[in-house]
Design a protein around this ligand. Sequence first.
Ligand code: DER
Length: 240
Amino acid sequence: LSQEEQKRVAAYRAVDLVQSGMVLGLGTGSTAVHALDRIADFLRRGILHDIVGIPTSKQTESIARALKIPLSDLDAHPVIDLSIDGADEVDPFLNLVKGRGGSLLREKMIEGASKKFVVIVDESKMVERLGGSGLAVPVEIIPFGWSYTLSKLKALFDLEHGFNAKLRTKVQDDGKEAPFITDNGNYIIDLYFENGIERDLGMISDSILRIVGVAEHGMFLGMATSVIVASKEGEVTVIN
Ligand code: DER
């Protein structure tokens, strides 16, 4: 299976867990989109009914609206039955890195309010150690004093060889580079660990969250109920 087909197979397996009447956390990203498609298809065919979706991003909200999935929000539904979402990395203990799409804060709130949180990934997301893919571990920060906050984050990891941290930017329509702005009006600092995070994840999480300008980070520790992994051979594994 191609990577895209792996994402679809994993997403479809997760939607088999959806029961009529559920309040669902709707994830963000290219894997979660397959779950949205499947849910919409099942609603159209009457296989599912009375579903309410709580979107984890403005992007997911507009896709779900176009797919005619009934939507609500976290304030109306502070307890969610099941959230289905992708991840950027999954370690052997089902700890995750999420947020390379920039939606980590709303995802963490909604998935943290869910009785079950099922993660759907293609096999490329499986890592031995978080941060090990060499790709970003995102941290959402408030814009005020962002450079000060960046220096505080760097100070946390300055002993780690191969560490780097930088403000996430995007190229605007006028071609100029500007800070990436999240759905919540915040900035993102991306942390890079050449050999993955070698210290205790819980300690790292606490020390990042203690920095005043930090809103949240993209390590989802001990939050996933299960992870559904699809392989290029077409095998689907459910890890609990
Ligand atoms: O940004 C996010 O948190 C996404 O859920 C990400 O973790 C997975 O995106 P993908 O399914 O497009 O790889």
